[in-house]
Design a protein around this ligand. Sequence first.
Ligand SMILES: Cc1cc2nc3c(=O)[nH]c(=O)nc-3n(C[C@H](O)[C@H](O)[C@H](O)COP(=O)(O)OP(=O)(O)OC[C@H]3O[C@@H](n4cnc5c(N)ncnc54)[C@H](O)[C@@H]3O)c2cc1C
Length: 461
Amino acid sequence: MSRILPPPDRFDLRVEVIVVGAGAAGLVAALRLADARVHTLVLERDPRPSGSTSMSSGFIPAAGTAAQVAAGIADSAEAFAADIAQKSHGSGDPDLGALAARTIGPTLDWLADAHGLEWEVLTDFLYPGHGTHRMHAVPERTGAALLTRLSVAVEAAGVPVVTDAHVTALFAEGARVLGVEVTRPDGRVERIGCGALVLASSGYGGNPALVAQHIPAMAEAPYFGHPGNRGDALLWGQALGAAVRDLSGCQGHGSLAHPHGVLITWALMAEGGIQVNAGGRRFANEQRGYSEQALDVLAQPGGIAWDVFDARLLALARRFPDFREAEAAGAVLGGADLTALARGTGLPADAVAETLEACSQFARGRSEDPFGRDFTTTQPLAPPFYAVRVTGALFHTQGGLLIDEDARVVDAGGDALLSLFAAGGAAVGVSGPDPSGYLSGNGLLTAVAFGSRAGQGASRI
Ligand SMILES: Cc1cc2nc3c(=O)[nH]c(=O)nc-3n(C[C@H](O)[C@H](O)[C@H](O)COP(=O)(O)OP(=O)(O)OC[C@H]3O[C@@H](n4cnc5c(N)ncnc54)[C@H](O)[C@@H]3O)c2cc1C
């Protein structure tokens, strides 16, 4: 829905700020606007807010928070920004990376102090590319709980979240947005005027045509994010003359249980697990990151790989709610030895044995992994063994509308479109143009940090 319409003679309702989308970005923006006492309306297309936020693991990286200090972890926004830049090989926008890194810590502390959100720092394992433990989660450790807690806070702050409110067009004069058209499920149309608009309707993962156009390598990959994220913000922004960046960037994931459709934590790979194809052979360095691994998994026969791990890693994985869900669904297969594992999985026992033997040679420094993984830092796998059949998937898109320090959308000349803001999947991320540039947590990082910036910026209009 990329329609831009001239303003109507009369709006049915007027508010100071409209926020489109009730995911993490939209709800954080709404809380900032509530704090500034700005009359705000959040419009959400679904009957109940969920978004990719509630499908996510809910892990938000942040540096210098009170939760990190309480856990005795020394960290800084500069170190975090350096990790973001290193993962994207310097291809992401450096200013936005630094802005996100210095905004997110104070934002999580403000959400705790002003709106009662509780944060824990995950110290179970280090996510690939992060120099220290900085992944934060609400106590339930799920994206669904994160969204619920944000929704409760928004309700307590008195901001109405109107559901079943599909924004189907923007009203604008030139590049100045003056309101939105909302279409209800029964076809009724409402026109709501506003002084500023925050686009928090996420990216275009749910729009196969846009994925094929901008991320052809992922065109055939299953999309595992929110299906309602159909690129509306991108299309509206482009129609208004906004600049865009890194449209081929995205978060993939190389470990989605198949056919169960449940995320299998990458902690398994970070702490010593391996991935093999149906022939029992490794095919990539699993410790680079889960995003780039999606394409490597999809390139295997049938687009299928197996996560192989042992009892030590099983215990670690069981701390993650998603993994327990996968186990309950029967996705986790086990065997006392490789022959028993082969019976359950159909993997060739001899080939897997050779693969494990090669890994143990790499760990002892007797030979080097041809894929470049360092096996000396993790324990070798030992029986009993476990395996999960997985595929690669597209989780969300990272490209989007270019924004400034206040999360205002800018045009190609760098001038701000005065009344238009964007955050989360609607705005450009900090991962650059390639899936390999995605550092764990870059999704919720920019949703929460730029949601906060957008709320503050819009409150000043
Ligand atoms: C399985 C999975 C696990 C993930 N785990 C993590 C993680 O642990 N850490 C991390 O950082 N990132 C993670 N991500 C990515 C993260 O979920 C997203 O980057 C983040 O949730 C984006 O937030 P958002 O608010 O921009 O979008 P969303 O949460 O998707 O919200 C957008 C909302 O806008 C609504 N909307 C869309 N169009 C319209 C319209 N026209 N009118 C009205 N409403 C509209 C949608 O219905 C939706 O509710 C994960 C993603 C997936 C799929």
